[in-house]
Design a protein around this ligand. Structure first.
Ligand SMILES: NC(=O)c1ccc[n+]([C@@H]2O[C@H](COP(=O)([O-])OP(=O)(O)OC[C@H]3O[C@@H](n4cnc5c(N)ncnc54)[C@H](O)[C@@H]3O)[C@@H](O)[C@H]2O)c1
Length: 259
């Protein structure tokens, strides 16, 4: 069998749900050994079980990506379990339901959102890049969002700022580490039919309001993000670094959407 990630070791954060889980399953199906990281250990273990049932190789690791010790340990686990790290997918993220506009959002909500979504990417890279160097290079994928590229009237100021930080981080990391054979790209999903967003858009009215702006007329699927992440993880994207890989059903291209 020759999968698109054959022989590679991939660490995925937020692997207990949504994009992270689907990516863990797809990466394993394409031959990668996967470290499925999540703050929710039960969820990470479920992902590992799904991969095992499909004949893939994976281990679960509990970590809060905002915690330096946890992130250090998750990278160490990849090397101790599988001998190296080739792909680092910093995907874990939160969207707090109390996140709103500048006036209503509490400093606590701001701090936790930035800690997980932005500092989590920094810490993943802080400990992951030395491991990628030891492997002779690799691919880092940071999950940002289309909201880092456009303003939304549905206010979520901490989340939006945190995803803007992910894009800025990604660009600098890509430039700094380019000569080390380490590629760094951001994945910018549009609105998805995952738990994270459906909890935030918790009324039919809020969902309809968002759908109006999507040219393809539907929310995206985690599977569709996993396929894009697979391309960025694999050697097929060997000349791709520092990009904002937008997978959004056409939102950022639209001025007016079709009826
Ligand atoms: N769902 C969307 O519409 C959408 C759109 C754009 C971007 N994104 C981004 O995609 C990424 C994945 O989102 P999803 O939709 O799959 O969400 P999800 O809520 O389905 O999954 C997120 C996972 O991350 C885990 N997690 C949360 N905080 C963590 C922490 N501190 N440490 C480790 N794990 C943690 C959760 O337990 C969960 O398993 C996030 O970064 C999110 O911001 C999502």
């Amino acid at each position: 069998m020759s999968g698109r990630l054959e022989g590679k070791v991939a660490l995925i954060t937020g692997a207990g749900s949504g994009i992270g889980r689907r990516s863990a399953e797809l990466f394993a199906a394409e031959g990668a050994a996967v470290v499925a990281v999540d703050i929710n250990e039960t969820a990470a273990l479920e992902t590992v079980e799904l991969i095992g049932l499909a004949g893939g190789v994976a281990v679960a690791q509990r970590a809060d990506v905002a915690d330096p010790d946890d992130t250090k340990n998750m990278v160490a686990r990849a090397e101790s379990e599988f001998g190296k790290l080739d792909v680092l997918f910093n995907n874990a993220g939160i969207m707090d339901s109390s996140d709103g506009d500048a006036i209503s959002t509490s400093p606590e909500t701001w701090d936790r959102t930035m800690d997980v979504n932005a500092k989590g990417v920094f810490l993943g890279c802080k400990y992951g890049i030395p491991a990628l160097r030891r492997a002779g290079g690799g691919s880092i994928i940071n999950t940002a969002s289309f909201v880092a590229l456009m303003g939304a009237a549905t206010a979520q100021i901490a989340y939006t700022a945190s995803k803007g930080a992910v894009l800025a981080l990604t660009r600098e990391l890509a430039v700094v580490h380019a000569r080390e054979n380490i590629r760094v790209n951001a994945l910018c999903p549009g609105p998805l039919r995952t738990e994270l967003l459906m909890k935030f858009l918790d009324t039919e009215e809020k969902r309809r309001r968002r759908l109006v702006h999507i040219p393809v007329g539907r929310f995206g699927e985690a599977e569709e993000m996993a396929k894009a992440a697979l391309f960025l993880a694999s050697d097929e994207s060997s000349y791709v670094t520092g990009t904002e890989f937008v997978v959004d059903g056409g939102i950022t291209a639209a001025y007016v959407t079709p009826e």
